[in-house]
Design a protein around this ligand. Structure first.
Ligand code: HEC
Ligand code: HEC
Ligand code: HEC
Ligand code: HEC
Ligand code: HEC
Length: 468
């Protein structure tokens, strides 16, 4: 009795509200109701839920408005023209034989991401993620790894060119469903992936209202954990890549900042994320750019304070250098074992002759005064293959981070902290002195560049000159 009453009540309600609302039902392929599905009018920021019987009622859609529904474990479904039922298909069981789609080179034009997401593919091509096995430095180092472990595949590709992909492609990132914090292994092995069976597609992303029938939503896209598997790793129990682990402890995290906030900012204007019949203009705050502004000098310097002070005393010049990491979410510099930065300091008379340094640190190269900011690993012992390898005489920076190592030095600046260093120079003449300090960022150590004949990776981020 009660049931019938509720049903008739619902029917009356829906008739009454027909003018101002749109109702429907979310069900499985065999017609069972799906409760608590998220129902949306595509592109709007509001969302609604289906009730215990799968029914929902939402404000009347604008003309041509598309209604979608999604629930965890299912593809996103769309309401058709003729029926008000939305059928949700269950997600597939992960298929380990899946061949990842290359965004540009995939033989089927209809599947290449570039066919519809041209702008995103263009910015990805400029990003490190597109490098993979094209990166000569990566190949050179992987070759060194092979000399140490001739019978091992190593884990390098788990992050650089996972499974059967040639780099960190669109399809790799958009098959990530979850990060498994405690899972052993490296990179891609620490994620739960979801790959469809042959002929099918499944794209995982940050939106719950994509209406193509082969997309789904995962929360992981809206968290730093999306990056965690590849941007943190230990070798021999010690941190080698530590960007994510540093973020975990950073003030930026406490302020609610995730990797994407700085590395994938929202676009300035509303825009289409694809071309294709089901694409709509989306609000800038609901989508993000794949281009990474942090690689620009300008953005870097927003997070770093660089200051130079100098006082002329009787016989000495007292110089102070201050470098502050203004709340980057990780140390400066952070990340891969090779990234480093330095401040070079010089004092010269107008005729360019040097004022000799009497105290303060020096750089480990060029015999210059300065401050070196890096994490340097020191091999704990020489492994057998190293002793044999006549061509591999030195490993001064610990660039073979897969060796057992101890920490030789970690002078990187943690988030929110500053480094203050004093230098003193002996004045031999009364003439004015030009003091110059330069902040330089390097992708690789200078010794590595020499060894592998790489062009210099040094980028001057800032330069200050004062006269005393
Ligand atoms: C846990 C994931 C992971 C593993 C495993 C890994 N890498 Fe990396 N690698 C990265 C990330 C992430 C970066 C770059 C970003 C950064 O600065 O941290 C990087 C950067 C590099 C770079 C510098 C690239 C450039 O041109 O700037 C080289 C070279 C490199 N890795 C070599 C290797 C080698 C060789 C191995 C295997 C012994 C390896 N990596 C294993 C994640 C990984
Ligand atoms: C035939 C055109 C086409 C191709 C090829 C294509 N996409 Fe899309 N993609 C679209 C359209 C259209 C949308 C939906 C746009 C909207 O709803 O605003 C979309 C949406 C997406 C989304 C959002 C999904 C979500 O749930 O958040 C992602 C991620 C995505 N595509 C990735 C890819 C990747 C990766 C590839 C290549 C493997 C690819 N796309 C290939 C047309 C295409
Ligand atoms: C599947 C592994 C993987 C995932 C997931 C991943 N990265 Fe990376 N990332 C890498 C590797 C490998 C490199 C280094 C590639 C190279 O330089 O050859 C890299 C490089 C970078 C760089 C340096 C770019 C450059 O041009 O030098 C940044 C910044 C970065 N990643 C940020 C992120 C952020 C933010 C996320 C999460 C939204 C993320 N990554 C997710 C593997 C990954
Ligand atoms: C508050 C903004 C901010 C947040 C949050 C942030 N980053 Fe960064 N990140 C930057 C800036 C700015 C740089 C460039 C300065 C530098 O080189 O240290 C950078 C540099 C990097 C680089 C090195 C690029 C290179 O030189 O190879 C990687 C990798 C990276 N971030 C990954 C991440 C990951 C992963 C997260 C989340 C766990 C994250 N970042 C969170 C701002 C941020
Ligand atoms: C390193 C991992 C990574 C790679 C590589 C990557 N994406 Fe994404 N993508 C993300 C993340 C994280 C988001 C979620 C951003 C957000 O919160 O809106 C996203 C969001 C999207 C969206 C949804 C709309 C938007 O812009 O927010 C589309 C479409 C998309 N990606 C397409 C692509 C295509 C096409 C490529 C290859 C050119 C690609 N992605 C490569 C991580 C990646």
């Amino acid at each position: 009795m009660g049931r019938i009453f509720i049903w008739s009540y619902l029917i009356c309600l829906s008739l009454n509200l027909q003018a101002s609302t749109h109702s429907g039902r979310v069900v499985t392929e065999d017609g069972r109701p799906i409760t608590a599905a998220i129902v949306k009018i595509k592109g709007s920021s509001q969302h609604f839920y289906s009730n215990d019987n799968g029914y929902f009622s939402i404000p009347r859609t604008p003309e041509n408005g598309i209604i979608t529904a999604w629930r965890s474990g299912f593809y996103i479904g769309t309401m058709g023209q003729k029926s008000n039922v939305i059928v949700l298909k269950p997600l597939p069981v992960d298929n380990i034989d899946y061949q990842f789609i290359h965004p540009i080179k995939h033989p089927d034009k209809g599947k290449r991401c570039v066919s519809c997401h041209k702008k995103t593919v263009e910015v990805w091509e400029k990003h490190g993620h597109s490098q993979g096995e094209k990166n000569q430095v990566f190949l050179a180092l992987k070759n060194e790894f092979k000399k140490d472990y001739p019978n091992s595949q190593g884990s390098c590709n788990s992050c650089h060119a996972p499974i059967n992909a040639s780099s960190v492609t669109c399809d790799i990132c958009h098959k990530i469903n979850k990060f498994n914090k405690n899972s052993p292994g490296h990179g891609i092995q620490r994620y739960e992936l979801m790959r469809p069976t042959d002929g099918m597609q499944l794209v995982i992303g940050p939106l719950k209202d994509v209406s193509r029938g082969h997309d789904t939503f995962s929360e992981v896209f809206r968290t730093s954990e999306h990056c965690a598997g590849c941007h943190s790793a230990k070798h021999h129990g010690k941190d080698t890549y530590d960007t994510y682990t540093q973020w975990l402890k950073s003030p930026a995290k406490k302020d609610g900042k995730i990797c994407q906030d700085c590395h994938m900012p929202h676009p300035e204007k509303d825009r289409f994320i694809a071309n294709g019949s089901s694409a709509i203009l989306r609000q800038a705050k609901s989508i993000r750019n794949h281009s990474d502004p942090t690689m620009l000098k300008k953005t870097r310097m927003k997070f770093i304070n660089f200051m130079l002070e100098a006082t002329r005393l009787d016989q000495f010049l007292d110089v102070k250098v201050i470098v502050s990491n203004k709340n980057l979410a990780h140390s400066f510099p952070s990340r891969s074992p090779f990234r480093n930065a330095y401040v070079s300091v010089s004092a010269r008379y107008f005729d360019h002759s040097k004022v000799p340094q009497t105290s303060g640190p020096t750089l480990p190269f060029d015999n210059a005064s300065g401050l070196f900011l890096a994490k340097v690993l020191k091999p704990r012992f020489l492994i057998e293959s190293y002793k044999k390898g006549a061509s591999r005489k030195t490993n001064p920076w610990g660039e073979f981070f897969w060796w057992p190592f101890t920490l030789k030095q970690d002078s990187r600046i943690p988030p929110g902290k500053s480094k203050v260093e004093r230098f003193s120079f002996k004045l031999v003449r009364p003439d004015p002195v030009v003091i110059k300090a330069e902040l330089v960022y390097q992708k690789y150590f200078k010794e590595m560049e020499k060894k592998y004949r790489l062009p210099s990776s040094a980028v001057t981020l800032d330069s200050i000159e004062i006269v005393r």
